[in-house]
Design a protein around this ligand. Sequence first.
Ligand SMILES: Nc1ncnc2c1ncn2[C@@H]1O[C@H](COP(=O)(O)OP(=O)(O)O)[C@@H](O)[C@H]1O
Ligand SMILES: [Mg+2]
Length: 374
Amino acid sequence: MSGSEVLRHRPLWLNLDYDREASPLLARVLEAEADHLVVSMPYRRGRPVPLVPGEQATVRVPYNANPGRYTYEFRARVVQRRFTPVPAATITYPRDLQRVIQAAEPRPCRVLAVASGKGGTGKSTVALNLGLALAMRGRRVALVDADLGTANLGTMMGLQPAATLESVARGERPMSDAMCTLPGGLRLIPGGAGVPDLAGINRWQFGRLLDALRWLEDQSDVVLLDLSAGISRLVTTFIAAADQTLIVTTPEPHSLTGAYGLLSTLDLASGRLVRVLMNQANGPLEAGDAFRRLDAAVRERLDGRLGYLGHIPVDPEVPRAVRRQVAPLLDNPQAPAAQALARLADRVEDPQAVAAVPSERISFVQRLRTVLVR
Ligand SMILES: Nc1ncnc2c1ncn2[C@@H]1O[C@H](COP(=O)(O)OP(=O)(O)O)[C@@H](O)[C@H]1O
Ligand SMILES: [Mg+2]
């Protein structure tokens, strides 16, 4: 990988000297030249903040899994700005940057399948925000809308893509045409809505799809697949090929039943860990309880084991952000769901990490009551 490729799409946090007190601005690298970086115009709370030539800033670049520990900091000066074809600014940067980051990279690409038994569990929400969270840590992330029946990630982010995964599979467009870059450098490949299943796709088209995914894998650290809900050949094929599987369910019985149904079609004996996320939970206890029930059924009847990835609370910020076509993490990082999504990103970084399953701790007084009532 060339030096400039290492920096391309990478997110940056800028603290302008004149408003040192304000929260840092997020931008990303569009091009890395020998002595300056072309960066996208940063924005704060969804609004662009134009940089002015001559301004000085402290810039931080996350370049590894843990942004707290691996951050490169440097002083920069804004050299130029432009508004077309996209608003951008040119800033100075130290030569060291590429070398430091290159030394800490490259990592093997991991393909993470995000699946669910039923629709509406929050699979696309989770995939999108997980992708954003990983991209903001400096990972090169591609999010593929492989939900070929009801692809909606493009709409969620208000995109009108020139090409989709469907047109790539049909051989009409190259994968590069279908790629949209989102804030933080996350690359999204929107799906199409015309191919409901592998049954509707011929061998040649499936081959095209695989070629395109291989191409994507070559230039990513993580590829996230937002799969269709339920059981289909396309879903089980993708899960079998992925390095990791994340099953999104809610604590509701019909959603758990759906998750169990999907799990029953997978080869759980392969030793690969399938991990479960409880979304839209009313707290850790409800989520832990639901996970324990699912895990017990899988152990008893499928002879498999599940990893627990924790829960994401029901949070009104999520549908609100969807309506405004921004991802919750970006719009309001303090929202409970956004914080839970960031914790999820920590766990996903480690293929073996699981969360403790919280259980109801019965207080002394509660126990006393049951004794007295008896
Ligand atoms: N943690 C959450 N809290 C509140 N609403 C949520 C949460 N997660 C998802 N939703 C909402 O649930 C609906 C379905 O989410 P979506 O991601 O489209 O599901 P799927 O892709 O599984 O069909 C959306 O309206 C979304 O805003
Ligand atoms: Mg979806």
